[in-house]
Design a protein around this ligand. Structure first.
Ligand code: SF4
Length: 633
């Protein structure tokens, strides 16, 4: 087994998480919050390797649609990257260290220079290098304890005899974490962001090499490799674990199916999300898919001939009783029926997806006894979203040739560009967080455009046009025609298969940090004088690199999260107490996050237990002491 720093770190933090990630190879749908530490860290790396514009492109590319919050983060990158570049020396980026036991990437390997100048220039000292690791973080102290950079020196020198690493540095770029005040307009807030970025100074932190850290780490590797049990390490850090819903609540909408390789080129099933303005031709287009069944929510079925099931509330009267079945229950019943596969439909179409989301909300209100999410803001949004997405996952997993989701287009939201100009965001009419998750579950998101009589299907996505999906297309736009769509789909599928077989052929050529095989080879050639004979970027190595970035990002999130960002109820396990902590309070180490109901129930239980204990105490005779009177005094 080839190990990496991130792999061991993951095992140390929670063996069960390690098992899910590395042994079961379960993937999660990434969170698309604008301050996602993984995406920000990746973009910073790109910026330091290339330039600001590449960094911003990299950052925007991670999201199905861009909002004002994304632009705020991009402003920070734009201001901080040039400052960081000024203190980073010249050198080789993304140098891979790899043998049969270990894989890791050095962010920057810089040749050591002479102090004296020759012909006005400092000269490189042969075979002497410094290592720089980039961190987008305010938590420098955490990284001072990390073994990561020590491993890089150890393995680099081991794999490159005669080369010497002189010094180790972290290049720390501070994060600007300020919030928009309630009474502050966006442009004033952005001025404040810029002022904070002006004050922020990236710095180099030198780390003294400690060989004992490497020895300790090798013991940890032994422990990990020999492990046969993978217990859960439950604690407050679970809050930041990608697998939390799966591990603790049994929800599995986030997990991609079965742990077995698929032959992508042979995959026939298509999962497509179409959106566009009303009457643009979405439903008519979907009707062309073979043997369709429409799950229709809006009754707009007049112009298509596909059989359909209305998805809406059903009211039945039996005798004097009226029974109402909510639309969401109807939808779930239909999915259960389709799962039996006792029919010959080939295409299942949901028209309109956002209506099913609204039905899901009403169903959950009924279940939770609330009238709006704000009645239980702590959990309700999350519960609604989870109910919706886990059901949608069942739909996507149905064994039919095609699953087509249809949504209306929403153009009611503007985003404000850096300069203050407003542009309209074009996206499906679905709550943003949910829409981002759905985009992560489908093959292709496509927009149906009607311009007079001309109808087109657009795969274009940029900062204002929502898009995404598993497959990337070379084509931006095609006529709204089923055969043309099949061609684009086949081409995109083939590209995805090629990328899997040979990751360096990816059109983007990146592995999550913008790292390219070519860069690595050039760097190795320059540094070691040879290009390795074997291709360097094995799938395993690429996975290790992505995992490395993910683990770093998660650590970053955890470090930042030591302070609460909203009022939160906790159960303190060590002394079995219940507390409500407020925004800005430190997160208690032994605290488990709970709901308001659990908090109330816990307080009640403690009160009852303490009354019971009092009742059980042997009755002692109490002497009432007479209050002394003034005279007695
Ligand atoms: S939620 Fe907690 S216990 Fe479960 S895998 Fe994640 S870290 Fe481990």
């Amino acid at each position: 087994m080839r190990v990496s720093h991130s792999r061991v770190e993951c095992f140390e933090s929670c063996p069960f998480k390690y098992k899910l990630r590395y042994l079961d190879n379960l993937k999660t749908v990434k969170a698309t919050d604008p301050d996602n530490a993984l995406f920000l860290g990746t973009s910073l790396h790109t910026g330091l390797e290339k330039n600001v514009s590449a960094a911003i492109d990299e950052y925007f590319r991670q999201f199905p649609v861009i909002t004002d919050d994304h632009i705020n983060e991009a402003i920070k990158l734009e201001m901080l990257i040039p400052k960081a570049k000024k203190i980073a020396p010249e050198g080789f980026n993304e140098v891979k260290i790899e043998n049969e036991d270990f894989v890791g990437y050095i962010d920057l390997l810089a040749p050591v220079l002479t102090e004296q100048k020759l012909h006005g220039m400092q000269q490189e000292i042969p075979n002497q290098f410094d290592i720089y690791d980039f961190k987008y973080s305010n938590n420098v102290s955490h990284y001072k304890d990390s073994v990561q950079i020590h491993l890089y020196k150890y393995y680099y020198e081991k794999l490159n005899p005669g080369k010497h690493i002189r010094k180790l540095f972290y290049l720390c770029v501070p994060k600007v974490n300020i919030r928009q005040k309630k009474d502050e307009d966006l442009m004033t807030f952005r001025k404040r962001i810029q002022a904070e970025c002006n004050k922020a100074e990236p710095k180099l932190v030198e780390i003294d090499y400690d060989p004992d850290k490497v020895t300790d780490w090798l013991f940890k590797v032994k422990h990990m490799v020999e492990a046969t049990a993978f217990p859960k390490n439950q604690g407050w850090l679970c809050r930041y674990c990608d697998y939390q819903d799966y591990c603790q609540k049994g929800w599995d909408f986030m997990i991609l199916p079965e742990n077995k390789r698929r032959n992508i080129e042979a995959v026939q099933k298509k999962v497509v999300w179409l959106y566009g303005s009303p009457f643009s031709g979405k439903t008519t287009f979907a009707n062309k898919f073979p043997d369709p069944l429409m799950l229709n929510t809006d009754g707009n079925i007049k112009f298509v001939d596909a059989p359909y099931i209305p998805i809406r509330d059903k009211v039945e009267t039996v005798g004097r009783m009226t029974k109402r079945t909510l639309g969401w229950e109807v939808f779930k019943d239909v999915i259960s029926e389709l799962e039996k596969k006792e029919n010959d439909f080939k295409t299942i179409i949901v028209d309109l997806l956002e209506d099913t989301y609204e039905q899901c909300r009403l169903y959950m209100y009924d279940q939770m006894g609330i009238t709006h999410e704000s009645d239980d803001s702590f959990r309700a949004w999350d519960k609604v979203r989870t109910e919706f997405l886990s059901t949608l996952k069942r739909l996507m997993a149905l064994d039919y040739e095609n699953i087509v989701l249809i949504s209306h287009e929403d153009t009611s939201k503007d985003i404000t560009k850096k300069g203050g100009d407003k542009i309209t965001a074009i996206k499906p009419n679905l709550q943003e967080k949910t829409a981002n998750k759905v985009a992560g579950m489908v093959d292709i998101v496509a927009r149906v455009i009607a311009d007079g009589n001309e109808r087109t299907l657009s795969f274009k996505t940029n900062e204002v046009i929502f898009g995404g999906g598993r497959l990337l297309t070379k084509t931006d736009e095609i006529p709204l025609d089923y055969d043309a769509f099949l061609e684009v789909y086949a081409e995109a599928n083939e590209m995805a298969a090629q990328v899997l077989q040979n990751p360096s052929k990816s059109s983007k050529g990146t592995t999550g940090r913008g790292r390219k095989k070519k860069d690595t080879e050039e760097a190795q050639e320059a540094v070691t004088g040879t290009i390795p004979e074997e291709p360097l970027d094995t799938e395993e190595a690429l996975a290790a690199e992505v995992a490395q970035a993910e683990v770093e990002a998660q650590q970053e999130q955890v470090q930042e999260a030591e302070v609460l960002d909203c009022d939160t109820y906790f159960h303190l396990k060590n002394n079995d107490n219940y507390v409500l902590l407020h925004e800005g309070d430190a997160v208690p180490e032994d605290g488990e996050i709970i709901s308001k109901e659990e908090f109330n129930a816990g307080i009640k239980r403690i009160a009852q237990e303490s009354t019971k204990k009092d009742d059980e105490k042997p009755k002692t005779r109490t002497r009432t002491r007479k209050r002394r009177t003034t005279d007695e005094d």
